[in-house]
Design a protein around this ligand. Structure first.
Ligand SMILES: [Zn+2]
Length: 480
């Protein structure tokens, strides 16, 4: 009895003494196994599928798929910085969902982060976007060697096969397999519609590239559905990566959020920020906003502008065309201010579900002082009128962009608003050359099917307002 007792205590003492050493040695073993010890930089290229986060055909459904023709990541862990070159083309035929599909020609994007600076390459000069640096650095630290380096540099903890480390403002978890290679990395991100959501990256099919182990297969999911699925072809350990920050990026001051106001008709205004537009419609004793687009910051700026345009009348309704995150990101601000959300009936349970989720990373007005959202829903058609102003809402049935999409029409003014499908280009060119016209044809079909006498289109994106003829020209109904 006595012997056993002492054995247990001795065993306990050993267990208590080991964690710190065990953690250090397991991370060191993993770094050696991965070939991370002498790895300062890496470039890897692959191809496969990429998906449009927040752009599902059905609310709560999977993200729409595109061909990822090129995925070329070049990382320097010392900077830290990364250049990511991606080329995507249309994935699904017929198109199904958003993310600016149907893509006409191959689309190339080049995203760079270098320390606190971030920018886009490919234009005449670098386009500064340093607000993206946090997300891109997290992407860098979530790579197989990045997470091991981050754990060693930031006192990461090891518990069993799980490594936990705080880096770039988030807690990352990584799992190690029996060979001490990184199997999976996960962390939280945030979005204006759904709040906190998980990003998970699975690394499988490891191969040796000059003493550095790297996965041949990478699958990333965001909020439960794939956003990237690539097969890695080539890996260059210690590749030369040039991440010099361009002068115009270093000196860039983010422009203030300004709302441009354009009168569309008596009591109807187009409220525009770059590529995100709403309407304000003045009724007898209240204001209706069309599209709580983009973000809380934008909604607050739009509300300020409406208070100047229509003093002493409250905003009572906000019409939501569809649940894509770039169109619904500003809705919660209206809910926080007691404004009723008008949307297709399919969207209501989706919003109720996702708006109840936690917002620890980026609290907003509604999460700081929660209240239930008030909805008025649309099935086929809804008319909002006070005798003076009339807004008609039509369910865009059978369109490939989104299953619960609304068209907004003002019959007296001949004005139409939609969320997506055809973005009027700048100047006199009527065609949206980035896209093939399937979804613009969908729009035209809905307009004619409901006998709407549209004269001016002023939608959520693009360079409107434009004559309705632009849409007809874009789909080949009248000559260019
Ligand atoms: Zn959309």
């Amino acid at each position: 009895m006595r012997m056993m007792h002492w054995t247990i205590i001795a065993g306990l003492a050993v267990a208590l003494a080991t964690p710190v050493e065990a953690q250090t040695s397991r991370l060191t073993i993993a770094a050696k196994a991965m070939g991370a010890t002498r790895l300062n930089s890496i470039e890897y290229t692959g191809s496969g599928s990429v998906f449009g986060f927040g752009q599902a055909y059905e609310p709560g459904g999977r993200w729409p798929r595109f061909e990822q023709r090129t995925y070329d990541a070049a990382i320097d862990y010392r900077t830290p910085g990364m250049r990511l070159i991606q080329v995507r083309s249309q994935g699904e035929h017929p198109p199904r969902g958003g993310a600016a599909q149907p893509v006409g020609a191959d689309q190339r994007t080049v995203q760079v982060v270098s320390g606190k600076y971030a920018w886009q390459e490919g234009g005449a000069q670098a386009a500064p976007n340093s607000a993206a640096s946090g997300d891109r650095l997290r992407q860098l630290w979530a790579t197989p060697h990045g997470i091991i380096k981050a754990a060693i540099a930031n006192a990461g903890k090891v518990d069993g096969n799980t490594v936990t480390v705080n880096v770039e403002g988030r807690e990352f978890k990584a799992t190690l397999n029996a060979q001490n290679l990184v199997d999976k990395v996960s962390y939280l991100s945030t979005n204006e519609v759904v709040g906190d959501y998980p990003i998970e990256i699975a690394y499988t099919d490891y191969a040796d590239f000059g003493g550095v182990k790297f996965p041949r297969h990478i699958v990333q999911t965001e909020d439960g559905f794939p956003t990237l699925d690539i097969t890695v072809g080539d890996v260059k350990p210690n590749a030369t990566v040039s991440l010099d920050v361009p002068a115009n990026v270093r000196d860039a001051v983010p422009p203030p959020l300004r709302v441009a106001v354009e009168k569309l008709a008596d009591g109807v205004w187009y409220l525009s920020t770059p590529n995100a537009r709403s309407w304000a419609v003045e009724f007898n004793d209240h204001v209706v906003v069309v599209e709580g687009i983009a973000s809380e910051a934008r909604s607050l700026a739009v509300m300020d502008e409406i208070a100047k345009l229509v003093p002493n009348k409250p905003i009572r309704y906000v019409i939501n065309t569809h649940a894509h995150y770039d169109h619904a990101g500003g809705l919660r601000t209206y809910v926080a201010k007691g404004v009723t959300v008008v949307t297709h009936e399919t969207n209501k349970p989706f919003y109720e579900k996702v708006w109840a989720r936690p917002r620890t990373i980026a609290p907003d007005l509604l999460s700081k002082s929660p209240k239930p959202a008030v909805f008025e829903t649309v099935s086929d058609k809804k008319v909002m009128t006070d005798g003076g102003k009339t807004i008609e809402l039509y369910h865009m049935k059978g369109t490939s962009h989104n299953v619960a999409n609304l068209l907004v029409y003002m019959p007296r003014e001949g004005l139409a608003f939609w969320g997506d499908g055809y973005n009027p280009p700048e100047g006199t060119e009527p065609r949206d050359l980035a896209r093939t016209p399937e979804q613009a044809i969908d729009l035209y079909r809905i307009i004619t099917m409901n006998n709407l006498d549209v004269k001016t289109i002023a939608p959520a994106h693009g360079f409107g307002p434009k004559p309705f003829d632009n849409l007809k020209k874009a789909i080949g109904l009248i000559p260019l």
